[in-house]
Design a protein around this ligand. Structure first.
Ligand code: PAF
Length: 297
């Protein structure tokens, strides 16, 4: 079932809520891939009535970004959503979501000003604003977001806390192509040669992860390992490689708390992001130091 107006989807959700259904929202910009489908499956597994929103949100694109050419294929999305078990699709027009020029925005300070926020000013304000609108329209119990956009997830989690949305944000793992490239609707922009080079991002992150698991916790060293590997790729232009605290997104010099090693790299006009989570409890030195603390002989 596909709904294009706020009035209709609200009415429909109210009816489902009256039947006692728990609502799970999967917000997307469409052009669905396996990453989105995994969010849908997760939402289903948790017993939700699954609402998929498809809306290419102009507010989160900068003037020189890819809003106009962002891939769109509603028919294909409908079919994939249906096969994955989506219960209702909300696919509004831009006029439906923004009938007049908005004067109200949601800004999550600090977390929006780092990493991707540095080169995409206004992007996270656009994301937080549209997600809060979707939360008000759908009023889901749970909402599902992929860890690939970890900064986005942290911003939404913070917004949910700060603005008291009664919604559980469920963070879902990154889904990758067989060669390691993180799934993204933007991967279709890559030329065949760029596509062949793009898995270098994950390869580089894995290189640092391996060093970390073997005991390396120094931020500069881990960042250097990633940069050195990506620089091997002739068409990759690094925008950033950063090691940040999972919660605050502040730069960290040593991994003593859960941290994110995050990259943004351009291949021609295509900007790709990826990240891995580094958990101190999985680090060899940490494990030796804390051996025997957690029960056992
Ligand atoms: O991750 C996305 O696809 C978008 O940023 C989102 C969350 C649907 C908001 O437009």
């Amino acid at each position: 079932m596909i709904f294009t107006t706020i009035r209709e989807i609200r009415h429909h959700i109210n009816e489902e809520k009256k039947k006692g259904r728990q609502i799970g929202l999967v917000p997307t910009m469409g052009y669905l891939h396996e990453g989105h489908l995994s969010l849908i499956r997760q939402a289903k597994e948790r017993g939700n009535y699954v609402v998929l929103s498809i809306f290419v949100n102009p507010l989160q694109f900068g003037p020189n970004e890819d809003y106009a050419r962002y891939p769109r294929d509603l028919k294909r999305d409908e079919k994939l959503a249906d096969e994955a078990g989506v219960d209702a699709i909300f696919a509004p027009s831009v006029e439906e979501m923004y009938p007049e020029k908005s004067l109200t925005y949601v800004t999550v300070e600090k977390l929006s000003d780092t990493l991707c926020g540095l080169t995409r000013p206004g992007h996270f304000r656009g994301v937080a604003t549209v997600v809060s609108k979707l939360f008000h329209i759908i009023e889901p119990d749970e909402a599902f977001f992929g860890q690939k956009d970890i900064q986005q997830v942290r911003i939404i989690e913070q917004m949910v806390t700060d603005l008291n949305f009664p919604i559980k944000v469920v963070r879902c793992p990154i889904i990758r192509e067989e060669d390691g490239l993180a799934m993204s609707s933007r991967n279709v922009y890559l030329s065949p040669a760029e596509r062949r080079e793009a898995p270098i991002l994950y390869k580089a992150l894995r290189r640092a992860e391996k060093a970390f698991l073997n005991g390396e916790i120094d931020g500069n060293t881990l960042v250097h390992l990633v940069k050195e590997q990506i620089e091997q790729s002739p068409s990759a232009k690094i925008e950033y490689v950063r090691l940040v605290h999972l919660k605050t997104l502040d730069e960290v010099t040593k991994v003593t708390d859960p941290a994110i090693l995050a990259v943004a790299v351009r291949f021609g006009t295509t900007r790709l992001i990826d990240n891995i989570l580094l958990e101190p409890s999985q680090n060899l030195h940490y494990m030796h130091k804390h051996e025997g603390e957690h029960g056992g002989a």
